[in-house]
Design a protein. Structure first.
Length: 727
């Protein structure tokens, strides 16, 4: 197809991290093998996907470019490559995004191949977190596919010499509706060439009633690779002449290096010792030899200035908290206090929690002809691109980040220190370098879910109705703090977020699966149960009596129906708990049954029923897997996961002391997917947010003891039982 007056300008607009002119862009497409390229606007699709403020989202998507080009390519062989800056770390979007594209393009699902997180070919993306891939990138991909389909129909009309309104697209081909037998495949239309056509009008997206792929359960497209070991992770990268690096680390956060004797390592055969400012590393072609060399370094560090530990951290946070920002308010708190016949004032504590992914932070870097290539386990390939460029003092277009499969992230691989380390060492040695953190390094440098405090003062009138809700959350953030129960006089304040700052925290902090919402849900739902118990009301009925929100009522009723809930005031001795919440636009309700060993304090979660309305469900089986994974992971932060530290030193550096859920812990998990009437919402995080609260409430129902700090370890349960007996 020749040039015309409507040719699209390629990636030449403010905000795109690596602008390309037409010639450079077409060269890249040539490398990919040609095909049909369709351009579309980020801004148009973003407007379709923007959630309301009440869904816990604060406009992060608008912080990046508002109009950058993303694209898909239809090859001469009929294969369809879809490009996204998002990455696959186990959440299954490699499959669900392909489903969305296949439906909008009228192409076979198995013809779609997702190309993810490659900064050279994929559109800019802020990162993969917050259950935002389906909600925000999904509509953009659909728009691209819709435009591709419209272009293909136009080209087919010219090829077949038929009017456009006589053609229909199906299964990767275009047919004459008049049944003359005339047809042409997408591959025949493209002919292996790059074909550009600008559409004057954006085609409408399909309504859900016309979907044939979306809404069906598909086996994950990466499943076979992962179960057979063929999936490639950052640690699987092998390059000629590559060295493995081990890096000298401080014994505590805030400790400063005073001296280092590297002579012992230098005497080892084939060991390369590098010292560049704060970076001291030993490198060898075998990782175990590099480890031995690291042990030969004698270093002296000055002590950390921190005097904080896992016991006094909460008092510290209350003292240093910044001024609060109002999340939501209504009525007047003073009026609520006057109306309240009973006041309930409680504080809830959360300890630091690690991400503890299976795969530790890993990156491989090489430099050739001034171009840096990095393979990294990261949730933010474009963030790594900028970090490496800044560290090496190079323009960002000289950095190419390739995203491999990521072996678990949960927010913890938003930071990518290991990629910068690998790139620095590659430049210093002149050879490819791989940095794979040990398990101890993974724990030490983790950006933990922050320790936090929630203080609540609530009140009931003489009729048992909540009339007062005075809520302040310290350092967990505002997500999940907004009250969805019916309370006339309420105010929710957030003082400090989950984002790390050395001013407040002695260790690194950052997002942890559903950041903020786990903490806020634990506090809110525990407080609801305290009030229900005080007035001898069934905890589920108590919630329903304070809920006019149609979606949340439906969730609670659906979960209760599956669970077989029978009303009873707590503690009933049954060990039943209930909690509900909102995360990433999804409404959730969780019911659980537990058994508590009063002699040991050990909790066995026997059964969990989780109901979820996440709008239109793209892949029901994938959604179920995410729900089950959230429930399983939630057992950990509820019962055992906690970082112990003192004066900057981390004491939990492996799984011998940091206990994550085991298969032997797993309860019977039942999921209830409610097909909502809204567009697709988040699915990778919502099911985890109620786990702390529902287990705390079930423990109270079982033994009459209330836990106010997570995790609810056997020791804390025994201490609570002892305090209860003394009253």
């Amino acid at each position: 197809m020749g040039k015309n007056d409507h040719e699209e300008r390629i990636l030449d607009q403010p905000g795109f991290s690596s602008p390309l002119n037409r010639r450079e862009f077409l060269k890249r497409i040539g490398v990919l093998g040609g095909g049909i390229v369709v351009y579309f606007s980020y801004g148009d699709s973003l407007a379709m996907a923007q959630p309301s403020r009440g869904e816990g989202y604060r406009g992060a998507a608008t912080e990046g470019p508002t109009d950058f080009n993303a694209f898909l390519r239809i090859g001469a062989d009929g294969r369809i490559a879809c490009y996204t800056g998002k990455i696959e770390m186990g959440q299954g979007v490699i499959t669900s995004l392909a489903q969305m594209a296949a439906d909008e393009l009228d192409a076979p699902f198995d013809a779609i191949e997702m190309v993810m997180g490659d900064t050279e070919f994929c559109p800019w993306d802020q990162g993969t977190w917050g259950s935002m891939t389906t909600r925000f990138f999904g509509p953009m991909l659909r728009q691209a596919a819709a435009e591709a389909r419209a272009v293909l129909l136009e080209l087919a009309a010219e090829h077949l010499h038929l009017p456009l309104d006589r053609l229909i697209a199906k299964d990767g081909a275009i047919f004459d509706k008049a049944l003359t037998g005339k047809s042409v495949t997408y591959a025949q239309v493209t002919k292996g060439k790059t074909i550009e056509r600008h559409l004057k009008e954006k085609p409408a997206l399909k309504p859900a009633t016309e979907f044939t792929v979306t809404g069906r359960s598909f086996l994950r497209t990466d499943a076979l690779k992962k179960v057979t070991g063929k999936a490639k992770y950052a640690g699987d990268v092998r390059l000629p002449g590559m060295l493995y690096a081990r890096i000298l680390r401080p014994p505590a956060h805030g400790a400063t290096l005073k001296s280092a004797d590297t002579s012992g390592a230098k005497r080892m055969e084939d060991v390369l010792v590098v010292q560049d400012g704060d970076l001291i590393a030993v490198l060898h072609e075998y990782p175990d030899e590099a480890e031995k060399a690291l042990m030969k370094i004698s270093a002296e560090f000055g002590p950390s200035k921190s005097k904080l530990d896992d016991k006094n951290i909460f008092d510290h946070l209350l003292k240093v908290a910044p001024e609060g920002t109002t999340v939501k308010e209504g009525g007047n708190l003073e009026t609520g206090r006057h109306l309240a016949a009973k006041i309930f004032q409680e504080s809830y504590l959360n300890s630091y929690v690690a991400h503890a992914p299976i795969e530790t932070h890993t990156a491989t870097a090489t430099i050739e002809n001034g171009k840096v290539t990095v393979w990294a386990s990261t949730q933010s390939p474009f963030g790594v691109k900028e970090q490496v460029a800044g560290a090496l003092g190079l323009p960002s277009q000289d950095i190419h980040v390739k995203s491999t499969f990521v072996g678990g992230g949960f927010g913890g691989k938003s930071a990518s220190r290991q990629a910068v380390e690998a790139a620095r060492l590659a430049r210093l040695t002149g050879r490819p370098v791989q940095v794979a953190w040990s398990r101890a390094e993974e724990f030490f440098y983790d950006t933990f879910r922050p320790a936090s405090v929630v203080a609540i003062r609530s009140g009931l009138n003489s009729s048992g109705k909540i009339v007062l809700w005075d809520y302040a959350v310290y350092f967990a953030g505002s997500d999940g703090a907004e009250l969805f129960y019916d309370v006339p006089h309420h105010k929710e304040i957030s003082r400090g977020s989950w984002q790390g700052s050395s001013v407040y925290h002695p260790v690194g902090t950052g997002p942890w699966r559903a950041p903020g919402t786990n903490t806020n849900s634990f506090a809110r739902e525990s407080q609801m149960d305290i009030m229900a118990s005080n007035v001898s009301r069934d905890p589920l009925d108590f919630r329903l009596n304070h809920l006019s929100d149609r979606k949340m009522r439906r969730e609670l009723e659906a979960a209760a129906d599956r669970f077989g809930w029978k009303p009873s005031k707590a503690p009933s001795g049954r060990g039943y708990g209930v909690a509900c919440g909102i995360r990433s636009g999804a409404y959730v309700a969780t019911l659980a049954e537990v058994k508590v060993d009063k002699s040991t304090g050990k909790v066995q979660v026997k059964r969990v029923v989780h109901a979820q309305d996440m709008g239109l469900v793209i892949n029901p089986e994938g959604a179920k897997l995410q729900m089950e994974g959230c429930v399983t992971m939630g057992l950990g932060y509820a019962l055992t996961e906690e970082i112990h530290f003192k004066n900057g030193k981390i004491f939990d550096l492996n799984f011998d002391t940091y206990e994550i859920p085991r298969f032997t812990w797993l309860p019977k998990i039942e999921t209830v997917l409610i097909q909502g009437d809204s567009p697709p919402q988040g699915g990778g995080e919502p099911a985890i947010v109620c786990m702390g609260a529902v287990i705390a409430n079930a423990i109270f129902d079982a033994i009459g003891v209330r836990l106010y700090q997570l995790p609810m370890t056997p020791e804390r349960i025994l201490e609570a039982m002892q305090r209860s007996r003394k009253r």
